[in-house]
Design a protein around this ligand. Structure first.
Ligand SMILES: NC(=O)c1ccc[n+]([C@@H]2O[C@H](COP(=O)([O-])OP(=O)(O)OC[C@H]3O[C@@H](n4cnc5c(N)ncnc54)[C@H](OP(=O)(O)O)[C@@H]3O)[C@@H](O)[C@H]2O)c1
Length: 327
């Protein structure tokens, strides 16, 4: 089969090749999926670049990308043969695994191929494994958000944009986001306030918008960079669900400030979402997809032959939405 692959970490243009590798066969409990689209996330490009903390080349050859969508073509022993022909979206394709989704085929455990409703395209389905599920996890894994005041930092990001929508769908009383300008505010979509974090004092504005209550939940794209605002606007009993801290990877924690407000800090990684919670998230996502309740943002699509350009588009950081590779 045709695949993008790398034999060592480095620049996309130097290490990412496209060529023939062996087509996998589904083992016991696995499905073989004909991939139609692979989602390229920051995590995938950091791994390929050798920039993910602690990562080593675990195999001599690796196929990049964890997210994808396609059609089940065959099943291994113990998997319901009725799944053949099912449209699916994929998660953790390249998490602690050699062969990811940037290939014509992937064989992976049956539960990592999730039913994709007919009305949702493959490119959109390739946005669910990391962006949509991280948003869902940050909002809901620590309990319901009905009636809460929620702040999503970076609402124009792949995760942030889903989080803004899901917070509204989840019954939040108020949903705020932070952005760096009008174009990002438009991309983030409808919410109660899009605050320009480069020009305004986010905490002051949030305290004002919530009549001094603060926010009950923060879905945070940069824990360290936003910490000063967080400590000033998190409500008593609030939860900070943070999925990155690139601005300051080792921030000093104001322990007692958070302790005396009974604040819960959750540094999360979607790859390790537990099975029962994951099933809950997948079911909720399916319901929203079938109801046509979610808008998706595919920033650009590159053919498999141009997988390196897809990685570079993610690294450039200017994209609005998820970059996909079409196969
Ligand atoms: N832990 C996990 O499971 C997990 C899951 C998904 C992603 N991530 C990580 O999360 C990060 C973002 O991923 P992504 O796919 O969402 O990237 P993305 O699509 O590039 O979005 C990042 C967004 O955050 C905004 N931003 C950056 N710093 C900000 C700040 N201090 N306050 C508010 N907004 C800020 C950026 O916009 P401006 O620069 O214009 O402000 C951009 O809109 C990456 O480091 C990725 O590896 C982690």
């Amino acid at each position: 089969m045709k695949a993008a692959y790398y034999e060592g970490f480095g620049l996309a243009s130097e290490v990412l090749k496209v060529g023939e590798i062996a087509t996998p066969a589904p083992g016991p409990g696995e499905v073989l999926v004909r991939v139609h689209a692979a989602g390229v996330n920051p995590s995938d490009v950091k791994l390929r670049a050798g920039a993910r903390p602690g990562a080593t080349m675990g195999w001599p050859v690796m196929v990049p990308c964890s997210d994808g969508a396609g059609v089940i073509e065959a099943v291994g022993e113990g998997v319901d043969a009725g799944r053949v022909g099912e449209r699916v979206w994929l998660w953790n394709g390249h998490w602690r695994r050699q062969f990811g989704t940037s290939a014509e085929y992937i064989a992976l455990p049956s539960e990592q191929a999730v039913f994709l409703p007919e009305g949702t395209g493959f490119a959109e389905g390739a946005c669910f494994g990391i962006p949509a599920m991280t948003a869902w996890m940050a909002l809901f894994q620590d309990g319901p958000i009905d009636g809460q005041r929620v702040l999503v930092t970076g609402g124009a990001g792949t995760v942030g944009r889903y989080a803004v929508q899901m917070a509204r769908l989840g019954g939040a009383a108020q949903v705020f986001t932070t952005v760096s300008g009008p174009e990002k505010a438009a991309h983030a979509g409808a919410c109660d306030a899009a605050i320009n974090y480069r020009e305004e004092d986010v905490a002051d504005r949030v305290m004002d918008l919530t009549s001094g209550h603060g926010v009950d939940r923060i879905v945070d794209v940069d824990f360290g960079a936003n910490l000063d605002a967080t400590r000033r606007m998190i409500a008593e009993g609030g939860t900070v669900a943070s999925y990155a801290s690139m601005g300051d990877p080792t921030p000093a924690l104001p322990f007692y400030e958070f302790m005396f407000r009974n604040v819960r800090l959750h540094m999360l990684i979607v790859y390790l979402l537990g099975p029962a919670t994951r099933r809950r998230g997948e079911a909720q996502l399916r319901g929203w997809l079938e109801a046509g309740a979610l808008s998706h943002a595919v920033a650009a699509a590159f053919p498999l032959d141009e997988a390196a350009r897809a990685h570079e588009a993610v690294e450039a950081g200017e994209k609005l939405g998820t970059v996909v590779v079409t196969v």
